[in-house]
Design a protein around this ligand. Sequence first.
Ligand code: XMP
Length: 510
Amino acid sequence: PVLVIDFGAQYAQLIARRVREAQVYSEVVPHTESVKDLIARDPAAIILSGGPASVFVEGAPSVDPALFEAGVPVFGICYGYQAMARGLGGTVEATGIREFGRTELSVSGGVLHEDLPGKHPVWMSHNDSVTKAPEGFTVTASSDGAAVAGFESVERRFAGVQYHPEVGHSPHGQEVLRRFLHEIAGVKPQWTVASIVEDQVAAIRASVGDGRAICGLSGGVDSAVAAALVQRAIGDRLTCVFVDHGLLRAGERTQVERDFVAATGVNLVTVDARERFLDALAGVTDPEQKRKIIGREFIRVFEQAARDLKTEEGVDFLVQGTLYPDVVESGGGSGTANIKSHHNVGGLPDDLQFRLVEPLRWLFKDEVRKVGIELGLPETIVHRQPFPGPGLAIRIIGEVNAHNLEILRAADSIAREELTAAGLDRDIWQCPVVLLADVRSVGVQGDGRTYGHPVVLRPVSSEDAMTADWTRVPYDVLERVSTRITNEVPEVNRVVLDVTSKPPGTIEWE
Ligand code: XMP
């Protein structure tokens, strides 16, 4: 792999994604890993990422010079570039000239920037600057605030840039990364969707052997793709379990029972647990309590389903749709506040006696979608908007009961229909529709007074759901949604729009 050394900024994951877009497999590793351990992984190249610190700050992470003696190609970015300059005998100075944001870069030669416009914009973010390149290195670029904004030694297979090639604000950045990987480091572009599928199928076969596996389906893309991969590897020794907890949107169960099965031919068991969940949720309005109840009931139902499956050999493996960002983030070990107890349907019950199969643990979301397409899953599943495990229960402010669920399901399906018809599905990350069951307001319809409930539209745009902005849905689309909901769902007499970003709001209301 290409190893991206994480110096603590948020850029390392993005760099890893960009490297993979250049069809080279990459992984993120913490900067605390020793050079010996890094080399033991036989990296095709090493990329030093940007970081928040100045190289002059006490305790700033440095680079062990042994890294430069290992014969592995190295690319330094921003902080990593400066650390590289120092490690190789160049000069870094606190010049007092700070560059932040869009900056014009002047190309002065070299392989890295070959064929790029002589002057082009890049994204900078630095206080200190490299003022002298290491001995034997070619200076490839400069900017007003950085006399040496890039250097390289093709012979030693080292290069670096002061700017951030991985961000969208550096329009030629991907080309620069690609040139480093393919031209300077000599890494072959071999990481393709077909190779991912092939490698994963082989890995699953090797670990599961003759065993049997079970997989919880949520209807979401991750569990669907994980299941399809395992199915491809071990065929009908995989059984999928879909728990219908009654908190699903209109049409979701059919999507799994019909479309997913048609595409994969997987063994599917649907457990109808609607009554059980509604009973457990009766009278509960507190969001955290709802989430806990749903998590608990889900595991019970799932475990029972697993026991019911028991064949002579028993089920040994549980398939999980864990993604790479979760793996990197949980390895990071920085304690983040518990804002909501996320319940991942198909989530990991602590005391379940299974070994785990996590075929997506090295993949980013966009790669998961590509794998899904490669495996022949329908678009409706692969490009589905995220839907929370606890389902509609956390979109009803108030009590979750059959009546409220029916109202919300009707309003939600109208909103989805209209947003899809307007061609907005790819612009919108997701659009929760929230029923304020505890709120009533006065309205007028026909000749009569109404005293109904509001629903909230919550369309958001996001890259990873960590932050989000409210989507500027065209007024005429909003109008159609509003008119249809108030006409077709008698209990709803008001439609309101949520114009809060995240933070401070979360995407879901509970
Ligand atoms: P919030 O509301 O925290 O949501 O801004 C961020 C993203 O996570 C989804 N979400 C969940 N997904 N189980 C899930 O599988 C959960 O308990 C859960 N809660 C929120 C939410 O839909 C959004 O995409």
